[in-house]
Design a protein around this ligand. Sequence first.
Ligand code: NAD
Length: 313
Amino acid sequence: MQFLVTGGAGFIGSALANQLIREGHSVRVIDDLSAGDPGRLLPEVNFTRGDVCDKPKLWRLLHQVDCVYHLAARVSVPESILYPREYNATNVGGTVALMEAMRDAGVQRVILASSGAIYGEQPRQPVTENMSPNPTSPYAVSKLASEHYVNIINALWGIESVCLRIFNVYGPGQAIPPVHAPVIPQFLRQALGGGSLVVYGDGTQTRDFVYIDDVIRALIAAATAPGVNRQIINVGSGQETSVNQLVETIERVVGRSVQVLYVHAQSGGVSRLVADITRARQLLNYAPRVDLATGLQLLLENDPQFVALRRRR
Ligand code: NAD
């Protein structure tokens, strides 16, 4: 098949594009490199630097594409609280521009990388797809709006869509930006470097940490599985892990105890979040294979920045 991956030079997008190539598909990528790195891509991937809101560029890239993976987005919850307009422009505006360009080019299917963040605080866990979303940040609002756009455009223009609500992904290749870094690579770097781990709140808040390879399997299945049109599907590990449990697992994997600093909780977070993955099991034949301890070990062994840090110890 011929795929276009928007945001394909990012953490998830590059792993997806490379796996699609390994499976024999043709892959184009558009990424503005605001956070991505084209050096992560296999040479067979056809990379174009560009903005996902640039329709003329999209028209060219969409020529004879069978399916689009829409991953281009700004991705930080705390940053979105500071810059909601930018999050709206890229995440919502980018989705609408892409859908218009797909209509113009006659492309039939889009898979949206949505987020478990749209659930916000819920009365019950694990969260199922039929619960009312309760977003607590502009990032989550932008993902929910994107879901609504692809679903309504599906109904109006007949473009098939699948919305995958992805939970907290980790794995090799995830960047550690200087601010608002994702928790797992940040903690690992601090643990390996001998520094303290900074926990926001008391560490009892829970998340669903899912290894990148499991997410890629779900994304690839969504392109061809029957009966997924118009579906919203959770993609997580199905395991609830508190931040304190994450710290303990990191201590075990790294082989040393760490000092933890507890600081005031940030806004935009939720107290508990874990995915019910029944629908993914049924529709995508999805079964997560990598538990947290194994995934952290794989991350330490396969991510060049951690390999280098371990050598220095
Ligand atoms: P990432 O930041 O590594 O990837 C996003 C990519 O989009 C980057 O390469 C960035 O350069 C690109 N981009 C940003 N604005 C763009 C624009 N205007 N035009 C073109 N490209 C643009 O983040 P990621 O973790 O790989 O996330 C990929 C997708 O998955 C995002 O849509 C994110 O919301 C979603 N998601 C990620 C997680 C997670 O835990 N990582 C969880 C749920 C959903």
